[in-house]
Design a protein around this ligand. Structure first.
Ligand code: SF4
Length: 336
């Protein structure tokens, strides 16, 4: 079924091919665009968009009646991706992708069914289908952590996985997240990042603020036993497995330690090699586009690095949740 997208659709779903083609055809280069009148209007919108990915609920953003003109909307998406890429922080990129996906998913719920179907089909999803080929399904749920997405928990018949209507909408949101996050961080020329530095510095400061808001000051006494054990192992000079090193680095990165501070943790190891450690830490914390999120407790168990479990462990499914809860407990105790 042919559907003609209007300009407001392009603005609402800027990750679509049609929207990207419009953006490409509208300017010679990003540098020229940023110097133009419209470019100067777009830049603050792009910064606001990237910051909104950190601080606001995308469903509320989408309800905002005062949507900017469609060209500003499309280009703020393009420039926000560039800004986030210049921060070279995978966490920032991931939050932008999640924000854009949630925002688009909220808009799609209120969308005309033909447009909704068109957007979904453009991303390879048939919203009316009740089954999906196993290979497609596995690809779609690759980053979804809830147990009910695991193939072993699904009804599979003749190579097809049964999927409910609301699950299909969730899979569409996940697909949008993957499309928006594709190639992020982008390989942006250094000269362009230099031009945008005041804005990327603003974003980096906003990310630090957000991390502080979420986790507060770093408190080593609240670390989960698995992470404490990994630090003990590093200090004792034990070579960590790849997963152990990844889990420790990603955990520390997520609670707000800088690359240098993480390197200091590894510095406790007798065979410490600064350049190698900095390379690995930067690699894991996102400069290469590697996934930054620490593994869940289930994954930690699979790799044999869930150790010294205690009572609080029974109440959480992620080391970061443990840390958050433990900190809260300690703060409550101090208040008493
Ligand atoms: S249950 Fe989770 S938080 Fe507790 S030790 Fe295992 S992996 Fe760490």
């Amino acid at each position: 079924m042919g559907v003609d997208l209007e300009r407001n659709h392009l603005a609402r779903y800027p990750f679509l091919q049609e929207s990207q083609t419009f953006a490409r055809d509208s300017t010679d280069s990003i540098e020229t665009f940023l110097e133009s009148e419209i470019g100067k209007i777009v830049l603050p919108h792009a910064v606001a968009r990237a910051k909104a990915a950190l601080f606001s609920d995308p469903r509320d953003q989408d309800k905002d009646e005062s949507e900017p003109p469609f060209k500003v909307s499309i280009f703020s998406y393009v420039i926000a991706r560039i800004l986030v890429s210049c921060t070279k922080d995978r966490m920032m990129a991931d939050r932008l992708a999640r924000y854009e996906a949630a925002r688009a998913a909220a808009a799609l719920q209120r969308e005309d069914p033909a447009i909704r179907a068109h957007v979904a089909q453009s991303l390879g999803i048939d919203l009316d289908a009740r089954t999906i080929p196993v290979t497609t399904y596995v690809e779609l749920v690759a980053r979804l952590r809830d147990d009910h997405w695991r193939l072993v928990n699904r009804e599979v018949r003749e190579g097809m996985v049964a999927v409910g209507t609301s699950e299909m909408a969730e899979l569409l949101r996940e697909r949008i997240r993957v499309v928006v996050g594709q190639n992020l961080p982008l390989d942006v020329p250094a000269s362009l990042c230099d031009t945008l530095k005041p804005y990327t510095d603003e974003l980096a400061a906003a990310l630090r603020e957000k991390t502080l808001e979420e986790f507060g000051e770093v408190d080593e006494t609240s670390f989960p036993p698995c992470i404490a054990a990994l630090i003990t192992a590093v200090t004792a000079g034990t070579n960590l497995t790849h997963m152990g090193r990844f889990a420790l680095t990603a955990f520390l990165h997520n609670i707000g330690l800088s690359t240098e501070q993480i390197a200091e943790v590894f510095q406790r190891a007798p065979d410490f090699d600064l350049s190698m450690t900095m390379y690995q830490v930067e690699h894991i914390s996102g400069r290469s586009g590697t996934e930054y999120t620490p593994p869940s407790c289930a994954t930690m168990r699979t790799y044999g690095i869930c150790v010294h479990k205690n009572a609080l462990c029974e109440l959480v499914s992620h080391p970061l949740s443990y840390y958050r809860r433990k900190k809260q407990q300690q703060e409550n105790q101090k208040k008493k």
